[in-house]
Design a protein. Structure first.
Length: 249
């Protein structure tokens, strides 16, 4: 076996066999000398492809490998969402983004530009806060309470006069979002803009991603939101249904 094959066999063993093994277990299972197995384990650990449980000392798949697996799932999500986002933009004329979670922030996974010369949107790959703006708030609203608390405890910087910076007020807003099934923002990140976002949920109610749109408040606001919100919600539900069929969540 060459070096790459040995490393891949160790990862496969941890992924398809017992979820946690000692280096000695790996050596026995693959028929390797212990010194060789330890050397490969150290190399894989150095790249966070495997990690050691600090309590038991056993080895398991690492955070980096799980992140890579998450990237594959996200790619599947984007492929499912993109044609529906394009149809949504054709219906509404407004830019639409697909966003996910990145540690304690949001990230723009995909974007389809609207037809108007004056547009408001995130770039692909852009990181944004979860406490301000419709898309960030809808992602935050559907996180477990302990995750919400952790993010809120990091601070709620102000971007505009309408940014929510009080923890109690933000928690009230998050409860409202879960009750209504959508989030809205009246200039919370950029003045004179209005945003709407809805969650894309798994069958168990876990937040998978968010679908959002924003525009200058002269074109979209709380009084004119209903047709856009209806299309946005229908698109999110259609994406969620296909995600469940293809099991990419």
């Amino acid at each position: 076996m060459n070096t790459l094959e040995k490393g891949l066999r160790i990862l496969t063993l941890l992924g398809e066999g017992r979820p946690e093994l000692s280096a000695a277990d790996i050596a026995r299972a693959l028929g390797l000398p212990r010194s060789t197995a330890y050397r490969y384990v150290l190399a894989l650990k150095s790249h966070s492809l495997i990690e050691e449980d600090p309590r038991t000392g056993l080895l398991r798949l690492g955070a980096r490998l799980l992140q890579l697996a998450g990237s594959v799932r996200r790619r599947g999500l984007i492929e499912i969402a993109l044609p529906r986002m394009e149809r949504l933009v054709a219906e509404t004329g407004e830019t639409v983004i697909l966003a996910g979670l990145h540690e304690t922030s949001g990230i723009c996974l995909e974007r389809v530009e609207g037809h108007h010369a004056l547009r408001v949107s995130h770039e692909r790959g852009a990181i944004f806060p979860l406490h301000a703006g419709a898309t960030g708030k809808v992602l935050l609203a559907y996180l477990p309470d302990e995750d919400q608390e952790q993010i809120i405890a990091q601070g709620l910087p102000r971007f505009t006069e309408t940014t929510i910076t009080d923890p109690a007020a933000l928690k009230t807003e998050l409860a409202r979002i879960r009750r209504l099934g959508y989030a809205e923002s009246d200039g919370e990140v950029i003045p004179h803009t209005y945003g709407l976002a809805v969650p894309i949920l798994t069958e168990t109610g876990r937040i998978l991603a968010a679908l959002g749109t924003s525009a200058p408040s002269t074109r979209l606001d709380a009084k004119t939101k209903r047709p856009v919100l209806k299309e946005l919600s229908a698109t999110a539900r259609a994406i969620a249904r296909e995600v469940a069929i293809h099991d990419v969540s």
